[in-house]
Design a protein around this ligand. Structure first.
Ligand code: NAD
Length: 244
């Protein structure tokens, strides 16, 4: 621990596993008081052993629940939005329901949390919002990622809008665009591709390996901290060279 986030309060969504979890743990290790949320209460509970101060069940698709948990959490200096779902398919496999679900979970969830936490950030005169977008959709088109790519591009646009609107108020907003990161849902996607599924994902990686959630968390710590104080509105790619 090097106290890079000492004295800061952080709120994290989708923190039970994967990138959200790694960010919550890294923030706590760097001295932040972390409020971690997810729909999976059982997995969230383990975060109590990782220095996370508070946990709460939160479905980011529920506007009233987001507003209520934000009131409970109080002021946050850092908001990390990690919730997201990968729909598999082209435009032809994307029903209206699939489209609405993906945009609700991947994009509108961020609209909800930002709306809930921004007023107190503005009052405090500072804040750092970090949204998890994706290299797919923002920097590269990936096959069968039709609506997923569209949602992640929307996240990058939403990020720039928030950054621009509050640039003089001390609030920064950046997004992270990971490549292929080894997380529970990523491994599930690999498994559904058949026996050699994981190897197939590894084969398209120039570094010959998948990324780790901790590597994404390192960038999130930088963006959350005052070390990145001159950086806002940027889509930060971290993909092991996938888009080179
Ligand atoms: P994951 O998909 O393995 O886990 C997601 C977490 O989100 C789970 O804990 C789940 O319970 C939670 N969740 C699902 N629906 C929710 C809801 N309605 N409200 C609150 N929480 C909910 O995690 P991951 O792969 O680390 O993905 C995290 C983010 O990173 C997502 O936005 C994803 O799109 C993005 N991302 C992931 C990769 C990758 O390769 N893993 C690459 C680029 C971007």
């Amino acid at each position: 621990m090097s106290d890079r986030l000492k004295g800061k309060r952080a709120f994290v969504t989708a923190a039970a596993v994967g990138i959200g979890r790694a960010c919550a743990v890294a923030f706590a290790r760097e001295g932040a008081t972390v409020f971690a949320t997810d729909i999976d209460e059982a997995k969230l509970a383990a975060l109590k052993n990782e220095g996370v101060a508070e946990i709460a069940k939160l479905d980011v698709r529920d506007s009233a629940a987001v507003a209520a948990v934000a009131r409970r959490a109080g002021r946050a200096d850092i908001l990390l939005n990690a919730a997201g779902f990968v729909h598999h398919g082209t435009v032809l496999e994307c029903s209206d329901e699939d489209w609405n679900f993906s945009f609700d979970l991947n994009v509108k969830s961020m609209h909800r949390t930002i709306k809930a936490f921004l007023p107190a950030m503005l009052e405090a005169g500072h804040g750092s919002i970090v949204n998890i977008s994706s290299a797919a959709g923002v920097f590269k088109a990936a096959p069968n990622r039709y609506v997923y790519g569209a949602t992640k591009a929307a996240v990058a646009a939403l990020t720039r809008s928030v950054a621009t609107d509050f640039i003089t108020k001390g609030v920064r907003c950046n997004c992270i665009c990971p490549g292929t990161i080894e997380t529970p849902s990523m491994l599930q996607r690999a498994a559904t591709a058949g026996p050699g599924g994981r190897d197939m994902f590894v084969a398209r990686q120039p570094m010959g390996r998948l990324g780790t959630a901790e590597e994404i968390a390192s960038l999130a710590v930088y963006l959350a901290s005052d070390e990145s104080s001159f950086t806002t509105g940027v889509a930060h790619i971290i993909d092991g060279g996938w888009t080179l």
